[in-house]
Design a protein around this ligand. Structure first.
Ligand code: PLP
Length: 367
């Protein structure tokens, strides 16, 4: 049997007809740039996220970069970032000219260890980017307390957590300005690149709208510098077909995670994902940890099971950040996670018998 790590086919099949009908309308109208589908999506996604405003942009990286720019982050500033994240979180900070200042992960969740943030704050620190990694919300109360104490902007990186909640609040609604990605394999994925910014601040919303469109509100009048980073109308149409199904798709992932948990819990060699009762994990990724990760991965591959590693080399050890001078050992928990983590197949439409097959082969590996 073959079990892919991700398949978009079952979900795409559900929305294909609706999407193709929407494409036909868009083509007939020639409504290509910031068309009505974009406006409709922004309204619907703001409402889903529990925020007043949403601005669609062309990727998650741009969403972070524009959110930081709108929040006034610039060269010479420092921004607290998780050591354990996809590199885009750091790249967005670098794009503004500011310096990413990493903080190590919590051992269990893998999210930023908020107890270590205080010690990383200097007079140049202007913002914190908590990342809800794998779909598991960070300790947002503590992050917001630090933000109030030191007057820091909070920019949630919600790329992996659309639909997750922290104490009943949607992630992406708690920070001052927040970013998400609609990369196709995300829980809410587009048919290509896409991203969005959410906020409750009218001022940040206006600045964000300028930055994504050449600094312009009115054609040929430019109030600021800016980018061409608009959410594409066809992508918005695809997202409009999917948004109302997102909770259902997330519940499917949660059920799959429960099946994995039940089947894998007898294996003492594995650390399984854990989630506090005050938050909802939406399992963008189902990650386990083991000291035998590479051999287990090979064993599963030999049985047709695809897995992923999130992430094999943390940003502080990447060549891209050699100039910051971080050495191996600087963030031991992140480095340990990087060496032991394994992401198992997880997607809407993954069958119970496929999960059973994966778990059977994990068990056979451990004898
Ligand atoms: C945590 C995190 N932040 C940011 C991004 C960047 O999103 P995009 O690929 O849409 O630029 C991703 C996507 O892979 C991500 O996982």
């Amino acid at each position: 049997m073959k079990v892919p790590f991700v398949s978009l086919v079952p979900l795409n099949r559900e929305i294909k007809e609706k999407f193709l009908a929407a494409v036909e309308k868009i083509v007939d109208k020639g409504d290509f740039i910031l068309g009505s589908e974009v406006k409709n999506f922004e309204t619907a996604y703001a409402s889903y996220s529990g925020t007043r405003y949403c601005v669609g942009v062309n990727s998650g990286l741009d969403a972070l970069k524009i959110a930081l720019k709108a929040a006034g982050i610039k060269a010479g500033d420092e921004v607290i970032v998780p050591a354990n994240t996809f590199i885009a979180t750091w790249l967005a900070v670098s794009e503004t000219g500011a310096t990413p200042v990493p903080v190590d992960a919590e051992k269990i969740s893998g999210n930023i260890n908020v107890a270590l943030i205080d010690a990383a704050i200097t007079k140049n620190t202007k913002a914190i980017i908590p990342v809800h990694l794998y779909g598991l919300p960070c300790n947002m109360d503590e992050v917001m307390q630090l933000s109030a104490k030191y007057n820091l902007q909070v920019i949630e990186d919600n790329a992996q957590a659309q639909g997750a909640t922290y104490k009943g609040k949607p992630t992406g609604s708690i920070g001052h300005i927040n970013a998400t990605s609609f990369y196709p394999s995300k829980n809410l994925g587009a048919a290509g690149d896409g991203g969005a910014i959410t906020t409750n601040s009218a001022d940040l919303w206006k600045r964000t709208q300028l930055f994504r469109n050449y600094g312009s509100e009115e054609k040929y009048i430019h109030l600021s510098t800016g980018y061409n980073s608009r959410l594409d109308t066809l992508q918005a149409a695809f997202l409009n077909c999917k948004l109302s199904l997102l909770n259902h798709h997330n519940e499917y992932r949660i059920q799959s995670a429960h099946i994995y948990n039940e089947l894998l819990k007898p294996l003492s060699e594995l650390q399984l994902p854990q989630c506090n009762a005050d938050r909802k994990h939406i399992y963008h990724l189902y990650t386990i940890r083991t000291n035998h990760r590479d051999n287990l991965r090979e064993h599963l591959a030999a049985h047709g099971i695809e897995t992923g590693i999130h992430y094999p080399l943390p940003p502080h050890l990447q060549k891209a950040y050699a100039h910051l001078g971080w050495k191996k050992g600087a963030f031991p928990v992140t480095e340990e996670i990087s060496a032991t983590t394994l992401s198992l197949p997880m997607y809407y439409g993954l069958h119970q018998h496929e999960i059973e097959y994966v778990c059977k082969h994990i068990k056979s590996f451990f004898g």
